[in-house]
Design a protein around this ligand. Structure first.
Ligand SMILES: Cc1ncc(COP(=O)(O)O)c(C=O)c1O
Length: 470
């Protein structure tokens, strides 16, 4: 046997040990700290052992204990960023996907995986009332947004052959950082991203958008696309999609919806997402609000031909040999990626196992948990809500009583650090109107009302400790 080969019995023994480790870990999630007790240096020390020249065999797995110990667990009381909770059926599917090791480039290379991916993408689109959309999985919302703007650029100001020309893209002041990054990478330039002011609910103002488009036209610039956000990263606000779609139609602009955080909630509360299916392209992140293990992003688009115009550039060695349209299909004609993992397997298996209704109910529970926290914050004399709660992100501040804003910001940042050190709940932060705010985001299928009820007492206890130490 080749030195890298495993016998059937060795594989079974390793797999049993690994799944045992995973099951044991899952069983302890509720009682684990929400952030490990570890410093940067301690984490470096834990993994500083040199890679062995001679294999350790099964003893190699012993070091996994430190990996588990120093990981930030997918706890029921993790409310940071916008990070899904890692549904375990999907995690098991990921193991099988790696064993199968399909390269999901084209049907020619991976018939089952390509067919499944196309079917899962189209079924999910239909469930979001975007019937007829096509698309593909990708690493995440940032990649989906980049691909969407590449499609927009190629549809309105073709650049693939001779290079980028100046064009203007519009988004609200609350836009995710991946959009300016995409502007830079596509040669459009971050300065050609117009940040349209948001209203009191942090939604893009269509009146300001109209004015900005007119001003650019008048100045001889070329408006290209609008990025509407359905679920902004800070507060979950949803831009007025239908009104933005009307403006896009009037001016011939590409409409992209960045739904990486929020749009999957349309499975549960479709009425909040009217106009979603007017988008030319739509970014989704099942690794956020469908609780899938990373990575699992997705880009949907209305017109597959627009994707091919943007991405199809095929080396002879990869060209299809088939006449049959299903067998000739290649994702690399419609995506930036060539080698691709079998991401569809986990979402497909997880949806089949639990059923769509279970996901709708989990999303509704997240929405409910956000409202509960908002009430608990409002009921505390020492805290204030910092923004309306449109979906499942709750932004709030400890009232410092210090008139000077930077002092309040420093205090809230210190409270956040202390909350994380205490390890009972995990929150993150946002910047709203230049102020530092605490933020809890619910995209966690493990969270209960009892978990939510720990947030306010934890923040107040952390504040007491910070104030006492001053
Ligand atoms: C609105 C929005 N867009 C894009 C992204 C980027 O997604 P990813 O982290 O999957 O690249 C995020 C991440 O939080 C987001 O909230």
């Amino acid at each position: 046997m080749n030195a890298l080969q495993l016998s059937d019995s060795d594989f079974r023994a390793l797999a049993a040990r690994l799944t045992g480790l995973a099951a044991g870990y899952l069983a302890t999630l509720t009682r684990r700290r929400t952030f490990p007790e570890v410093s940067g240096q301690a984490s470096v020390n834990a993994f500083s052992e040199a890679l062995p020249e001679k294999g350790l065999g099964p003893a190699a797995l012993d070091a996994l204990a430190a990996v588990l110990e120093f990981s930030r667990p997918p706890s029921p009381r993790f409310f940071g960023y916008v990070l899904g909770s890692g549904e375990p059926v999907a995690a098991l599917a990921d193991l099988l996907a790696s064993v199968l090791n399909q390269n999901v480039t084209a049907w020619r290379s991976a018939p089952a995986a390509v067919t499944l991916e196309r079917q899962v993408v189209e079924a999910l689109a239909a469930a979001l009332d975007c019937r007829g959309y096509h698309g593909s999985f990708c690493g995440g919302g940032s990649m989906a947004n980049l691909m969407a703007l590449a499609m927009a650029r190629e549809a309105r100001l073709p650049a693939n052959a001779s290079g980028a020309r100046p064009g203007v893209v519009y988004a609200s002041s609350e836009v995710h950082m991946s959009i300016p990054k995409a502007m830079a990478l596509l040669g459009l330039g971050r300065e050609n991203l117009r940040l349209i002011p948001a209203d009191a609910c942090l939604r893009m103002s269509p009146a300001h958008l109209r004015e900005a488009i007119a001003a650019d036209h008048a100045a001889g610039r070329v408006p290209l696309a609008v990025v509407a956000t359905s679920g902004t990263v800070n507060t979950g606000s949803i831009d007025p999609l239908a009104e933005i779609a009307t403006l896009c139609r009037e001016h011939g602009l590409w409409m992209h919806v960045d739904g990486a955080y929020g749009a999957l909630a349309a499975l549960a509360v479709p009425e909040r997402f009217a106009g979603l299916n007017a988008a030319d392209s739509l970014s989704l992140d099942p690794h956020k609000w469908l609780y899938q293990p990373l990575d699992c992003g997705m880009l949907l688009f209305k017109d597959a031909q627009a994707a091919r115009v943007a991405f199809s550039y095929t080396g002879d060695y990869a060209k299809s040999l088939a006449e049959d349209p299903l067998e000739a299909f290649a994702f690399f004609d419609e995506s930036l990626e060539l080698s691709r993992r079998f991401r569809a397997l986990k979402l497909w298996l997880s949806l089949r196992y639990h059923g769509l209704d279970a996901f709708r109910r989990a999303i509704r529970a997240d929405l409910h948990h956000a409202q509960l926290l908002a009430q608990q914050v409002a009921a505390s004399a020492r805290l204030e809500l910092s923004a309306p709660v449109a979906l499942s992100a709750v932004c709030f501040r400890y009232l410092s009583g210090e008139g000077h804003a930077p002092d309040g910001d420093r205090l809230n940042a210190a409270i956040l650090r202390r909350v994380i050190e205490r390890g009972r709940v995990y929150l993150s932060n946002a910047s709203l109107g230049g102020r530092f705010v605490l933020r809890a985001c619910f995209v966690n299928h493990r969270t209960t009302e009892e978990d939510v009820a720990q947030i306010v007492p934890e923040v107040l206890a952390a504040a007491d400790e910070v104030l006492a130490a001053r």
